[in-house]
Design a protein. Structure first.
Length: 156
């Protein structure tokens, strides 16, 4: 046998490359199927909506109006408004059943979907929001995760 023939003989190259490609495709396919079977694919698709909220506290911080300025439309039941002190969703400054968090859907002026232009007004039941923080929080309906979509430090 001559060494020159050994280096020029490439009859076995095609079958070896074919087997390597088939194994690689099988491994990739198994990984993709395994990801969705184990439920990891659902977590990848569950993302926080992108939305921008504006805050206005013109009247000595007793009332703060929160407006969805732009971004995705979000179901009102998935958005919570929270503050560091008690407030009321109905505009009653003397409400005795005020809380530090309400769903956007609890406000009388709220629609079922929060889209650009939607707004609600929170009313302090403790004399004003001066120096406090108000947050707009998205709660995912598919999991226990939540994300802050907007945050406002009310001036004193």
């Amino acid at each position: 046998m001559q060494f020159k023939e050994l280096f020029d003989d490439d009859r076995a190259v095609s079958p070896v490359i074919g087997v390597i490609l088939m194994v690689a495709i099988t491994v990739i396919l198994a990984a993709v199927i395994g990801t969705f079977v184990l439920g990891l694919g659902d977590q990848i698709q569950s993302t926080t909506p992108q939305a921008s909220f504006g805050f206005d506290s013109a009247d000595s911080a007793t009332n703060v109006t929160i407006t969805h300025e732009s971004g995705n439309s979000i179901p009102a039941s998935n958005i919570n408004i929270s503050a560091t002190s008690n407030f009321d969703a109905t505009g009653d400054t003397s409400a005795t059943d005020s809380f530090t968090s309400y769903s956007w859907a609890d406000f009388p002026s709220a629609s079922t979907d929060v889209s650009a232009g939607s707004s609600v007004t929170v009313t302090s039941t403790t004399g004003g929001f001066g120096g406090e923080t108000i947050r707009v929080i998205y709660s995912s309906p598919d999991s226990d995760s939540s994300s802050t979509l907007g945050k406002f430090e009310v001036p004193e």
